[in-house]
Design a binder for this molecule. Sequence first.
Ligand code: HEM
Length: 438
Amino acid sequence: MAAEKTIWKKLIWTWKPESEFEAGDSIVRNLLLHWFPSKITFRSLSYRYSFWLGTASAILFGILTVTGVVLMFLYVPSVERAYASIKDIEFAVAFGWFLRGLHRIGAHLMVAVVFLHAVRVFLTGGYKNGVAANQNRPLNWIIGVVLLLSTLLLSFTGYLLPWDQLAFWAITVGTNIALAAPVVGEQTRFLLLGGNTIAQGALIRFYVLHCVFLPMLVLLLFAWHMWRIRKDGGLACADQLALDQKQEKAPPIKSKTYSLLGIAGTRTVHVEAALVDEDRHATPASPSLTLRLLVVILATVLLASLMTIVVEAPLEEPANPAVTSNPAKAPWYFLWLQELVADTTVRVGGLTLNGALVGGIIVPGILVGLLLVWPYLDRSSVRSAGIWFGSDRWRQNIVFLIIVLAILILTIVGTYMRGPYWGLYWPWETWPDLPRKF
Ligand code: HEM
């Protein structure tokens, strides 16, 4: 009975703490909330700093996990039965269309929101260290880049599972890009597909990667990502307060310790607190943070649900390797790459410049490489950490925004303006009728 009471106490908390002690205790002792600080700066809570995009990414991942687990009871990863099981989910299972739709929309939204979160972090210099000891925000940025790549892969591996024409040809285009990689291209594609063609071997590999390996990887990286934020003394925006305070020559504030998982009685985890005057600039996380979290959870679930009702999840004819989709398009988040591949394939006389190598491997390779090392190349002052458009980061912000804009434009062109044989068409133009190729 006593144990039950203790477990219950670890799971619930008060939304209306009556004292500072109760407010702090409801966070530190709670199993679900213990990884938050007991006090948080007003700046970190502001919607205008982070837009809570990282939090929204985590909530979308939660929605995907819940809907994905239920879908696993209904979906059969076999070439003969995959399409039929998706059709059953869509048309026979009660609210199956909603379940599948929410999973699908959630996946698209997660790719977009994680991307926007990375853009926000870059533009605010959120990867820069401040003044507190033991900070390593560049490492957290690198964890973030791996999270972004894992999110893309998670979505890409799920794309094949319906085993319809859309899935089959999108994955054909996507995996063909890997072929252009020098030396290891063919082996990489073979490893991914479990053969040279997209068949049962590919379906089961994508299924296991999608349902087990990649979600676990994202979960582990996410836990590390959050842990680093605590170790770094919170979000970078709070560091400006610490800097101001340092100039005022206020005495430094001690670091803190918290109990591990909120379960262990002993104080085991050492967390460096930001050097901020908490009385002036911070508020108890319960209920200020918990209430905002609730708002973001409700808003994300509501938006994803509404979009699920409005946007129908596509299901084309069953996959048929003999009937090529024309145009065959990669998933939308890889369309900028497909567009780059098309645009960098140049034929001069008998000579062909391989676009897949330039657009599919070299350019994205350089971009990912630059992303990984950028925090170490950025020499701007500590004053531009955690500030939107910091004054001495304007050059890098402009170059970054130009690259983001180019990716967006290429994605829009690839999505709305490419027709048969990758020809350019305005969205209102009708495509010519094509004879079906067998
Ligand atoms: C599954 C993907 C991700 C999840 C769930 C996630 C989650 C979060 C959360 C909850 C925060 C706290 C602030 C906020 O809500 O915006 C945060 C901060 C941060 N994230 Fe992410 N993140 C992800 C991907 C990324 C990516 C792709 C990057 C960068 C390439 C990144 C870099 C960072 C950094 C450096 C911070 C600290 C920013 C600051 O102090 O201002 N994260 N992340």
